[in-house]
Write a protein that binds this ligand. Sequence first.
Ligand SMILES: [Zn+2]
Length: 499
Amino acid sequence: MHRRLIAPGAFAASLLLAIPASAADYSPGAPGIGDPYYPAYGNGGYDVSHYDLRLKYQPATDKLEGTATLLARTTQDLSRFNLDFLLDVSEVRVNGAKATFAGSGEHELEITPKSPLPKGTDVTVVVRYSGVPSSKQAYGFTSWHRTPDGGVAANEPEGAWWWFPSNDHPLDKATYDVSVLVPDGSQAISNGTLQSTSSRVGWTRFNWRSNKPQATYLATLAVGRFDVTTGRTESGIPVVNAYSKDLGDNYDAARASIERTGEIADWLAEYFGPYPYNALGGYVPNTDTGYALETQTRPFYSPRQFANGTNVSVVVHELAHQWYGDLVSVAGWKDIWINEGFARYAQWLWSEHENEGTAQEIADYVYASHPADDPFWTVKPGDPGPENQFHLAVYDRGALALQALRNRIGDEDFFAILKGWPAKYAYGNATVGDFVAYAEQVSGESLGALFETWLNRASKPGGVASPGVGVVKEPKSWKGIAATDSVHERGEGHGHRRD
Ligand SMILES: [Zn+2]
């Protein structure tokens, strides 16, 4: 979507005076990338290929400062463009020259380069900034979790605004170098591989690299006091996990769950194809939130998820997202089902694997648990609306849709689709409609009505339960799966984040 601002009469004048096209055609990039759920998220006019973030963080004061260098390419003739950001900016340079800049809206940073930028050219943007992330809000909430020993950036859809300027939408993926200087004794945890660390006069620098395309909300930063474990999966992927030293009674259960990351990633690879990254792990900061997030290569977990003992199911969920959500990302936030329906279904498959109830038994149980007048059925997983983006129905009804598909086309085609989809759209984006088309192509069946029933109707579909089933028993795995449903209220009714 391009928005052109042309002064009244300019068009007529250009006909008469033959103003050079270059002067008339340059226009501001749109302040949003064009997502109907979140019109101001992301920006138009350019595409970022790499973020280099060189930061310094002081846990005692929550002060973050640094420089972001963005490598981008213009997609239109730009007179100015926006980034999404909340911290205080002191200088912006575009291709080396100082640019003027101003904040606008809830989280927009408008940048006017000294010279306009022609379409299709490489652009380097350097932003110097500082601020206290926990003091910044947009729409009345913050995604920055202050912890007793530091801070954490992890949320969806909004996570980036509090720590780096970006084109904040999954449509614009990029690679990352995240280099963070923290006081000795603290660690900085981010995505990908730890390339190196270096220490000097009381400070330690951590250099992280995420070398495959990564959506902005999947970039994460945590600073705190962590115990770090390292290992390798059987297939050879290096694993780095980090646990806050202050998890108290939840510490052992968190470790007993997350240390199984390598085993679970290898198991998921049998269903989804080879693990798509060169790094793997998980981290648990000392936050009081309840959700988890599939931050790329290294999911974020909350201590509370391990309050009742091990919770391997949540690890299965977040690692399933590495294929469904991270490798293949939503094209728009209305496509959230292609993330959450599948990550939830992976938990059902794990239950099958552990002999704690088959996916069909869980489907029968979910179906029976929600009577026809339950508002659960009014949420359409195929287009839930921003207010219900993380509603339970997107997860559970979303997984029911997959069980219905499996029953319709049979295991062979169903599992071929589960494995083929991540490869087909690897490192890119896709829509719910793309999935329906792909399922039809692989199975050779017309599936429009099935998906319409399960994803897009605001009523309870006909049963998936086997005929004659009376009382549906709670599967053994159920409490474990439901334990991952810790809804997070961000306040102000803006939304919920599950896992
Ligand atoms: Zn999820």
